[in-house]
Design a protein around this ligand. Sequence first.
Ligand SMILES: Cc1ncc(COP(=O)(O)O)c(C=O)c1O
Length: 422
Amino acid sequence: MATTQTPVSHVWPLGTTLDADGVLRLGGCDARGLAETFGTPAYIVVEEDLRSRARRFLSAFAQRTDDYEVHFASKSFPATAVLRLFAEEGLACDVASGGELHLALNAGFDPKKVHLHGNAKSIAELQQALDAGIGDIVVDNLVELERLERLVPAGERQRILLRIAPGVSPDTHPKISTGGPNTKFGFNLDDARTAIDRAQASDRLDLDGLHFHIGSQILDLAPFRAALEVVAQLGDFRTYNMGGGLGVAYTHEQSAPEIEDYVERKVSLMREILGEGKRIADEPGRALVAHSTVTLYTVESVKHNVVDYVAVDGGMSDNLRPMLYDARYEAIVVGRPPGGSTAVHLAGKHCESSDILIAGADLPDPRPGDLIAVPVTGAYGHAMANNYNGQPRPPLVFVGDGEARAVVRRETYEDLTRRDLP
Ligand SMILES: Cc1ncc(COP(=O)(O)O)c(C=O)c1O
């Protein structure tokens, strides 16, 4: 007998289905079966969702300009399988450390399509980037500029962008606002002028353009204009990179600009403020990966206190965002028809009172042993996962066309002692 499908909201990965009995299918795979096979907590990644968003970014730029590059901000989901998939789709890659550079090259990115960020790059990291022959180094400060000039061998040139702090703050959580007047990232405008003069006088650096990244989880695109207007006053360059930052909806009542609207806004601002013939680079992270992933948890305990606490087998070790910057999520109980919900605190298992994944989650009578699914955990989830309380980090499971395969295995207790020396 066919079961009725309940429409899932836009926060779930592409192709997700939920039937009237609460049976959840991700990439054509039954979530219960995934939990049985791979255990919980587990990150379930819908491959088609990743591919589709990469294609949307690329085609949105291609329809509007001939000279563009879309860098995946690898910090948002630094897993080899994800990097490899985006390399296959033709994205470039933004890395913010020697470790991310290693991951990107190992995953198959052409070094020329990689650029290196960071406000505290070490000499070793700069050397690593030079040795790899990466496309651009995005220089953050005057110390780094001098270091780089000394490291580039005579007779060679390294292409660079300068990261500018335009003094513009978008409407986002202060902890993910990065381009304001008092940020640790990039050159203030005075230092930027000094850096431009030095770079242009250098016979080892090739100053290709300017970069800014004003913050993350940006839902109102207006501040990109103010930031570009400031940066435009610094001179005329070939390349402009307006960073990433496009926000996503985390709950069904939230909405976010579409990828195409974001690209349209950036390309048209470029034309309007800088004129024709500029090269535009972009570096989205969250908007490429957030919706691809659902975290599955098992309920371990239910407790009635002033509020009801429903505690699961993961928490701040697999998703730090609620604790770091009050990020909101929603959840369902898999296999329980929706409706008749009560507000509960979905708590993690860690020894911190702040380890609450969702405060006031609407869940229908969760009980020990229930399977909980939390969508939109692809961005900065696996990336910030940790071993607090000796918790082994969860596996990453790619799903598509009804097939599932682990692309990162679950950590083991042996992994926890692997770096110990006698
Ligand atoms: C320099 C830079 N570029 C791109 C990104 C990606 O931002 P988002 O994931 O919001 O798109 C970040 C995130 O912090 C960043 O610092």
